[in-house]
Design a protein around this ligand. Structure first.
Ligand code: SAM
Length: 283
């Protein structure tokens, strides 16, 4: 929602995190506003957080804090894998997870499958710091439904990163066990799948069923934590499903020049506060 505050004549974007909690950012310009075949897309210039991409009213990325999320999505599984060569990104049409994946020397191919080509185009045009790896020789961009793509690619990927919108409409199935079974089939024997499962303060109703659905399929599922200022509550939970290896201990050095991820942050992110463990196991 965009509103004009009369007192200072300022324009604000407000995301409704829950019915009773909102996050507002001051807007200094509008870059794109369109209805795509899948969602309403808004790209704004903000006063504090740089450019921001919003889909169906939900903040997807801001230039200022996206590294917190993308580094934790990509480097936790990639640094825990002994030799990741092929990576699949489900969603992630802004390109942030792709940018991080191709930084790994061992990675030979990274496929980005986003259902909405308009997101990819918008990122290419207005978010160059996110979309910068889309033309990398290792990158392949496939605008299509990842649920369909997954069924035709068995045993192919070492790491699958599910970087999707909230579980409604075309993304609903990406948080359910039939999709996780297809992910399992698409992974190699050493494979990892990672997804974000939202915030314990605002989205327990999404987080707990998604975690349980992963546990129906993967023999071990490890939740981990990160800070993400512009996502609801700022406390963000990820979950990694493993076929064989322990993802809580990095096996390899991270690429140089990262801003959030280190091996120590990796290990620490698997230490969970008791309220969250209780919510995940008994909620
Ligand atoms: N990090 C972000 C967040 O949690 O807010 C997600 C960013 S990324 C822009 C999400 C992408 O998932 C969108 O571009 C959307 O088009 C894509 N998506 C949703 N459902 C999909 C599906 N079934 N197959 C492929 N991509 C999908």
């Amino acid at each position: 929602m965009i509103s004009r505050e009369k007192r200072h004549n300022e324009v604000w974007f407000t995301e409704e995190s829950t019915k009773h909690l909102r996050l507002s950012l001051r807007v200094t310009g509008e870059l794109v506003r369109k209805e795509t075949p899948y969602q309403s897309l808004l790209a704004l210039e903000t006063a504090e957080y740089g450019r921001m991409l919003v889909l169906d009213g939900a903040i997807q990325v801001t230039e200022k804090d996206e590294f917190c999320y993308h580094e934790m999505m990509a480097h936790v599984p990639l640094c825990s894998h002994p030799n990741p060569k092929k990576v699949l990104i489900v969603g992630g049409g802004d390109g942030g997870s792709l940018r991080e994946a191709v930084k790994h020397e061992s990675v030979e191919k990274a496929v980005l499958v986003d259902i909405d080509e308009e997101v990819i185009k918008t990122s290419r045009e207005f978010f160059p710091t996110l979309s910068c790896a889309m033309d990398d020789p290792k990158a392949e961009i496939r605008p299509m439904d990842a649920m369909v793509y997954m069924k035709d690619h068995r045993g192919e990927f070492d790491v699958i990163i599910v970087d999707a919108t909230d579980p409604v409409d075309m993304a609903a199935g990406l948080f359910q066990s039939p999709f996780y079974r297809d992910v399992w089939d698409a992974l190699s024997d050493d494979g990892f799948m990672v997804t974000h499962i939202e915030s314990p303060f605002t989205d327990a109703a999404i987080m707990v069923p998604a975690y349980r659905a992963m546990k129906e399929v993967f023999p071990s599922v490890h939740p981990y934590l990160g800070f993400m200022p512009t996502y609801p509550s700022g406390m963000w939970v990820y979950a990694i499903g493993s076929k064989r290896h322990d993802p809580s201990k990095p096996l390899r050095e991270a690429p140089k020049g990262l801003k959030y991820y280190t091996s120590d942050v990796h290990r620490a992110s698997f230490a969970l506060p008791p309220f969250l463990v209780d919510m995940l196991e008994n909620g």
